[in-house]
Design a protein around this ligand. Structure first.
Ligand SMILES: Cc1ncc(COP(=O)(O)O)c(C=O)c1O
Length: 412
């Protein structure tokens, strides 16, 4: 017997490229020391000394929790205090006209999983942009769905509304349901944020979808709180509020980056529903899915977020600390962008966030050659992803020339 598994059509790779590259980077760090290695593989914010950056104000609350606040089960959809607090965290000062409802999930991953489970059918295609977070495909495959993508940028490097429209029309011709995932602001892997003009384009396309077709517009805002000023990065909210009754916006809002609680597994899926019935149904079906997969989500991070939002002074402390970390990250992104322009290294349109992408022909070859120089990046299908979140500003400034030089060596 060589295999015991029922693969059910899923393509399961031998190794995960992200973990393979980051494993190699860690080996190099232990051999040569952190100063000699550029480990730009990591999807978490690190300080300039190469340590995971954890907001001290959040850590303090986490450590102060009494046992019953982390050991007890949380309600399936989250504690009431958490649901109230996370809604404020996600929407900021914006007050939606639609009917909101919240279901807590273990990470944004859980929100995306539940949205696909409940708003599409087995065999359906989920629509997202060409540059996207690889797990979308695995999450869809796990539930017998596939991914269809639209080209994210046109020839001029603008968000490609025409292809978005074409793919929405194509898929809604054959599917009653369509889940669309847009990862913005500060998209992973490109760092691109949809402009207001892009958003109006998205709305125009959705306004044209036949009334009998049901669309769930999943906004994966995993990086929103590191993408720019809190009010500015939420400017798009009115565009997705109050859409037609056949469009259901679902915000997948993760605490992983916002509160530096990556491993604590906390997020919420938030709907902006046209009617109270659709909002109620959202809670019902997503709670059912939660119960049938992970049951309830961890209680500790929910308690932490509730406590932060119940205490104005503490909230101000968390926001000030996050703003400092965000400024550090934004400066790294700008340093990379500027150095890339100076040495003529092309990058995919970038606004802000954890990652920058360099388009290239043979990403695996480029990464392997860079590994010989103690530089570790993530190979994608059509480029390499650079984590500015895990590289100091100085390293971000040095990286573009190193990549450009290596591409030249390889005749790229
Ligand atoms: C684009 C994107 N969406 C969602 C997530 C989900 O993260 P988590 O499940 O840790 O909240 C990530 C994490 O890396 C991500 O990059």
């Amino acid at each position: 017997m060589k295999s015991m598994v029922a693969y059910n059509g899923r393509e399961i790779p031998k190794e995960d490229k992200v973990f393979a590259q980051s494993g190699k980077a860690l080996d190099a760090v232990s051999k040569y020391g952190p100063a000699e290695v550029i480990n730009a593989t990591v999807g978490a914010l690190y300080d300039d000394d190469g340590k995971l950056l954890v907001l001290k104000s959040v850590e303090k609350v986490m450590k102060s929790l009494p046992a019953e606040k982390y050991a007890a089960y949380a309600p399936i959809a989250g504690t009431p205090g958490f649901k109230k607090a996370i809604l404020k965290a996600a929407l900021g000062s914006y007050e939606p006209k639609s009917f909101t409802a919240v279901v807590g999930t273990p990470g944004g991953t859980g929100s995306i999983r539940n949205a696909i489970a409940n708003y599409s059918c087995p065999g359906d295609k989920i629509l997202t942009h060409s540059w996207h977070w690889a797990p979308y495909k695995s999450i869809a495959a796990e539930m017998y769905r596939g991914i269809e993508h639209f080209e994210m940028f046109d020839e001029e490097g603008r968000f490609n509304i025409a292809d978005f429209e074409y793919k929405v029309k194509k898929l809604t011709r054959n599917q009653e349901h369509l889940v669309i995932i847009l990862n913005t602001p500060a998209n992973n892997p490109t760092g691109y944020s949809l402009s207001m003009e892009d958003w109006y384009g998205v709305k125009r396309v959705l306004d044209d979808v036949p009334e009998e077709k049901k669309i769930a517009l999943v906004l994966d805002v995993a990086y929103i709180d590191f993408a720019g000023e809190p009010e500015k990065v939420r400017e798009f909210l009115p565009v997705i509020d109050n859409l037609r009754s056949n469009i259901l916006p679902v915000i997948a809002y993760s605490a992983s980056k916002t509160f530096t609680l990556y491993g604590a597994r906390c997020a919420a899926m938030i709907c902006l529903a046209y009617s109270p019935e659709v909002a109620e149904e959202f809670v019902k079906v997503n709670s059912f899915s939660a119960r049938a997969t992970w049951s309830n989500s961890p209680r500790a991070p929910q308690e932490v977020i509730e406590r932060i939002y119940a205490d104005e002074k503490l909230l101000a402390e968390v926001e000030a600390e996050r703003a400092k970390a965000r400024d550090m990250l934004l400066a790294r992104g700008r340093a990379f962008e500027k150095a890339a322009a100076e040495c003529g290294l092309g990058i995919v349109p970038f606004s802000a966030g954890f990652f920058v992408t360099v388009p290239c022909k043979e990403p695996d070859t480029l990464c392997r050659r860079l590994n010989e120089k103690n530089v570790f990046l993530i190979p994608l299908d059509k480029g390499v992803r650079v984590s500015v979140a895990s590289s100091s500003e100085d390293k971000c400034r040095r990286l573009p020339a190193l990549i450009k030089e290596t591409m030249k060596e390889l005749g790229m």
